[in-house]
Design a protein around this ligand. Sequence first.
Ligand SMILES: [Zn+2]
Length: 396
Amino acid sequence: MAAPKAHALVHRVLAECPVTKARVCELMLPHGPISTPVFMPVGTQGTMKGVTADQLRELGCEICLGNTYHLGMRPGPEIMKKASGLHGFMNWKRNLLTDSGGFQMVSLVELSQVTEEGVHFKSPYDDKEILLTPEKSIEIQNALGSDIMMQLDDVVSSTISGPRVEEAMHRSVRWLDRCLLANKNPEKQCLFAIIQGGLDPDLRKKCLEEMTKRDVPGFAIGGLSGGEEKDHFWKMVTLSTDHLPRDKPRYLMGVGYATDLVVCVALGCDMFDCVFPTRTARFGSALVPWGSLQLKNKQFAKDFQPIDKECDCPTCKRYSRAYINALFKSDTAAMHHITIHNIAYQLNLMRSVRDSILRGQFPQFIQDFMKTMYGSKERYPRWAVDALESVSIALI
Ligand SMILES: [Zn+2]
């Protein structure tokens, strides 16, 4: 057998929770190490809405997401190459993960059609017919120079079932092979596979069996978090982590609510992304350990506390709830301050998760987290109780 190729990623398991499937790992990537479990904020068009690369770095962010669909179209791969890739374009010296562009197409463009060749769609910018193939997606991501690239997969809604789900799963395996062949820069850019199979355990298992035969440096769990019932969601997550190799990172796509993060870490996931914390900030909602604060509400007009007195982010150090409430009347700066806080909240949450796993106290962390978030046991979401029970955590 040929020796496995060198990847742009070295993965080390540092600690494993003796009760749940949670673990702390270190990923060595071309732009530095990252510690998992990790939440990766989502950037669009090279800048986080309302946040600069410098601010992200100051918050301790080690990896963020770049959006292939937008960047591949505008400014386009040629300009990206001239700017020394997305790192140069954004002035971001840490790690970047890019998506394949496929998901945006399915979600943003109504007139998309999938064939074996690729995804056909009309450009929303100039109405031109575009074909995104696995090869084209990797060509764009190679030009962007991201540390982690995602394969193009055949995305179907998590709420549909039947033969289309099976077709999409098999096609995603074939497209993974085409993406692996197309990667011109495997020493500097890792390519992650995306497990599909909808909510069907047999299809998921078949996909896991096929994809784990390939020499890929990491795996994503895809096709979830799209409006399916939470009970189906966590069962597919835990089935996937049961069949994924221990020595490779597991990225659960599109998950970002605090409870979902804590539960899915317990189910064995390492990496997460979601637009939720930044999107909800733009609507005035600040994330706190006991839920969220709607800072536009007039109850905060005379509230001179910081958003969260335990939070050490630049917003909480400088501004009160009352100040942010007043800013909403005149300025977009309010959204900016909340965005910073919400990203800090996600990063701090994951830091606490990692610390508790390293100290062997993750089960206690979960108990405390749930109590703070929901107050009493009667208010715990049923699915979270069941999911945690499946990894030997009985919530008290
Ligand atoms: Zn804060």
